[in-house]
Ligand binder design. Structure first.
Ligand code: MLT
Length: 407
């Protein structure tokens, strides 16, 4: 008899974005005449930057000739990409990260989901609420989150992000071993400033904890005072792993390329208190379970760092931020308060009503898909997330429809 991993039975319903997709599909079957505008899952709609496209094409052609053909690449990523990342994303900001601390992968979702494998099952978790569901669900699958009591797991310390604290997680009074942070935040769009991030780094150093810092949305930061990387904070390289993605930065949600930084100064501990390099453990995992991102995709990602690539991704992210500014202004005009949308592509709206009811209301009355805040955790109840990832025309139309439906 094959026995299952019963931790899976502790998961709540299906994965949030699958649930939403099913609900939208059911609605569409009932109302095939209605044109739906999707501002739900953060999936990009604009084409790849030309610099990336050209590099992609050229690399595909290289594979068609014996002299430039490439088979398996290094599991950690090609040197050309790891070097470009280290120089542009870290060293240029004064963060001392070297290419061999960077692990190229096929997505920040996979990396933030897989990283928990490195830690013991009695690791004490601190996870914001609301939060990107992958952090919680993957710990549940591993049996680290405890039992579901109501809508919360009893071995997670939840860090409420509410209107009172500006929708950002606050340092817990108890000690935690593994802390998930995301800034600019998904789903709330709020951003940790330098002082707040410094306090988290100090907490982690004091408690010998580790911060898993998800910076998938850093390309949307426009405020020059906000940190883009946790490694801009002194000492963070001893207590933090950072996740980045080309998905939202350069339109790679379908292309798939991301990376994780595991500094060599980062250590975990054995039961008896001996230090173990997390870089070595992640390298061991990566080489065992992953065969690298395809060569053309890594060349396309490298092109993001060319002068043309940089100006194209700036225009791309500026376009989505214009959408975000428009969403914010309409939401405020119709009388709701919101955060996010200035250094982030997500707008977090305080609806004051049940989040799933509000989701249904927008779908039925306006034909617009959003994400119900309750799907990100119980503190998301009463809120919805609106994504700025769509064409400007669709965003303008969606907001006209929302204003009419709610006005
Ligand atoms: C989201 O909408 O939260 C993101 O698109 C999900 C993801 O990046 O996996």
């Amino acid at each position: 008899m094959i026995k299952i991993n019963e931790n899976y039975l502790q998961l709540q319903t299906s994965y949030l974005f699958s649930t939403i997709a099913k609900r939208v599909q059911a609605f569409q079957q009932l109302h095939p005449e209605k044109e739906i505008i999707r501002l739900g899952i953060g999936d990009v709609t604009q084409p790849l930057p030309t610099a990336c496209l050209n590099a992609f094409h050229q690399a595909v052609d290289e594979l068609g000739t014996a002299s430039s053909f490439r088979g398996y690449g290094p599991e950690q990523g090609y040197g050309f990409l790891r070097e470009a990342i280290a120089i542009h994303d870290f060293q240029a900001r004064g963060a001392d990260i070297s290419p061999d601390e960077i692990f190229v992968s096929d997505g920040a979702k996979c990396d933030t989901g897989n990283i928990q494998e490195l830690f013991s099952n009695d690791t004490r978790l601190a996870i914001p609420d609301p939060v990107y569901p992958v952090y919680v669900d993957t710990n549940v699958m591993a049996g680290r989150a405890g039992a579901l009591k109501g809508d919360r797991y009893d071995r997670i310390t939840y860090l409420p992000c509410t209107i009172e604290n500006g929708y950002l997680p606050e340092i817990p009074t108890t000690s935690a071993d593994l802390i998930y942070l995301c800034s600019p935040n998904n789903p709330t769009g709020a951003t940790l400033n330098r002082e707040q991030l410094t306090a988290w780094v100090e907490y982690a150093r004091k408690n010998r904890s580790l911060i898993l810092f998800d910076a998938a949305y850093e390309a949307f930061i426009r405020d020059p005072d906000l940190p883009h990387s946790i490694y801009e904070i002194p000492g963070a390289n001893e207590v933090a792993i950072e996740f980045r993605s080309f998905s939202k930065t350069a339109g790679f949600t379908g292309v798939r390329c991301a990376y994780t930084v595991v500094p060599k100064a980062c250590f975990g501990y054995t039961e008896t208190g001996e230090k173990v390099s997390l870089h070595a453990l992640w390298n061991r995992r990566h080489t065992t379970k992953f065969n690298g991102v395809s060569y053309p995709v890594q060349r396309a990602a490298e092109a993001v760092f060319s002068p043309q690539g940089q100006s194209e991704i700036r225009a791309l992210t500026d376009g989505y931020l214009e959408n975000a500014a428009h969403i914010r202004s309409v939401i405020q005009q119709i009388g709701f308060s919101c955060v996010g949308g200035d250094n982030s592509p997500y707008i977090w709206v305080n609806t004051g009503r049940d989040a799933w009811d509000f989701f249904d209301l927008l779908l039925e009355r306006a034909g617009v898909v959003c994400t119900p805040g309750a799907g990100f955790g119980s503190c998301g109840q009463g809120h919805i997330r609106i994504s700025a990832f769509n064409s400007h025309e669709n965003v303008v139309l969606a907001m006209q429809r929302i204003a009419k439906a709610l006005g």
